[in-house]
Write a protein that binds this ligand. Structure first.
Ligand SMILES: [Zn+2]
Length: 435
């Protein structure tokens, strides 16, 4: 066995959420985990070793719903509800974006994610070739897509937008040595007209392309659908073909019991975005009910403009905390469920073979240091992952068997250059948007 990476001396979080002393061996050729065990270090002559002494080795976190380039709008417009925030602030600024801005913003987002142990993400945006270039350079994994909006467009432009999303899904699937996968991404049930939605989803289904969409995010979005159609949004979504097993929906905040049953039956996953839903006062998703019904639940940060960071540890803590508030039950969304949702749940939601540390799975790992004061004592590792660990506790990040961050130094991108460029581009973007 040649070309191996050894992560030695740590404890490992298993798929069943147990923690044991073990080493992890990754095959850097296949990008998969070759062995996990207490003596693995003795059995392999590794080409590269990462020191995990005093650390917990866990699956890399999977940010299952974001718009990475929106880091450029972090802190640009806050403290407003979703509708006015989008119409008055975000969409006008996005209209002024140049492709190079998308590249710079995505790189900034990816640097932030690697720093905080996220190894894969699902991204809905535009100028997707720039997103793919950033993913390729950074060494992370992503399911990417072009977000379709047809409202306020004539039929020709609307059809072209649908076609662009399908084109992007076809063209970039398998890019970056297979680390990039794609989806058809209509923005939401209310921002894409019915005929365009049906046509696009049907084509995607025929071609085996998954679909990702925002759904049931706010009452402002749900109520008109109920009024106009006389049915719940996910009943409409089901009729359109959106609830197939390969598909995943962001938010699902205002989802009733029947819709939850429908999700469980059809197999579509829900990506819970607790920080975004809290900040925009969208509501509290019924996460424990979804888990009880057997719905696949992942976790996402949503864009940085509604969060305002991309730290998945923050996000899974919010999921555990707000899940209790929403269920009026301190036993709801326990630590292990939140950690599982941010790893295996998110990986299943976006359709990648990661999110768990076992032989054969993709070697996407985060190595978390446990010696900081806020992590002492350590009665329970999983409790700390949910309630006390911060993204800055991550020491090493590995994706596809390749080290992306070693001892808190990012190896694939020049962090200083990325941050400086993003600052400059964000400044010019806002000037253009407001002129
Ligand atoms: Zn979103």
């Amino acid at each position: 066995m040649t070309n191996t990476l050894l992560v030695a001396g740590g404890r490992v979080l298993g798929p069943d959420m147990t923690v044991e002393r073990a080493d992890v061996v990754a095959d850097r050729e296949t990008g998969r985990i070759e062995a996990v065990g207490p003596d693995a270090a003795d059995e392999y002559d590794a080409d590269e070793t990462l020191d995990a002494e005093g650390c917990l080795v866990m699956p890399g976190l999977v940010n299952a719903h974001t718009h990475a380039a929106m880091t450029l709008l972090r802190g640009y417009a806050d403290d407003k509800p979703l509708g006015p925030w989008l119409r008055e602030d975000i969409w006008p600024a996005e209209a002024a974006l140049e492709p190079e801005d998308v590249r710079a913003g995505t790189e900034l987002g990816v640097v932030e994610m690697i720093r905080s142990g996220t190894t894969a993400f699902a991204d809905m945006y535009f100028d997707v070739d720039e997103v793919v270039a950033a993913v390729e350079a950074a060494g992370v994994r992503a399911r990417v897509g072009h977000g379709v909006v047809t409202v306020a467009k004539d039929d020709e432009d609307a059809a072209a937008d649908v076609e662009e999303s399908l084109r992007v899904a076809r063209e970039f699937d398998g890019a970056a040595d297979g680390r990039v996968s794609t989806a058809f991404m209509p923005h939401s049930l209310t921002t894409v007209g019915e005929e365009f939605l049906r046509e696009g989803v049907e084509t995607a289904r025929q071609e085996g392309i998954p679909v990702h969409i925002h759904a049931n995010e706010t009452t402002e979005e749900v109520e008109p659908i109920v009024e106009e159609r006389g049915e719940r949004p996910l009943s409409y979504a089901d009729d359109v073909g959106l609830l197939d097993e390969a598909n995943f929906l962001a938010h699902g905040v205002h989802t009733d019991d029947e819709e939850i049953s429908l999700l469980a039956e059809r197999g579509a996953a829900v990506v819970h975005c607790p920080a975004s839903n809290t900040k925009l006062a969208s509501g509290i998703a019924p996460v424990q009910k979804m888990l009880d019904a057997g719905v696949t639940v992942g976790i996402g940060t949503d864009g940085a403009a509604s969060n305002n960071d991309l730290d998945m540890f923050d996000e899974l803590r919010d999921a555990a905390m707000i899940g209790k508030l929403g269920a009026d039950d301190a036993a709801a969304v326990p630590a292990a469920a939140a950690v599982e949702a941010a790893t295996a749940g998110s990986a299943t939601a976006i359709g990648i073979d990661a999110g768990r540390i076992e032989t054969g799975a993709l070697a996407d790992l985060a190595v978390v240091e446990f010696d900081a004061p806020h992590l002492a004592p350590t009665h329970d590792y999983v409790s700390h992952l949910a309630y006390a660990v911060r993204g800055s506790d991550v020491r090493h990040t590995v994706c596809d068997g390749r080290v992306l961050m070693r001892d808190r130094e990012i190896l694939t991108l020049d962090e200083e250059r990325v941050v400086a460029e993003a600052r400059e581009r964000a400044e010019h973007l806002v000037e253009r948007a407001e002129s």
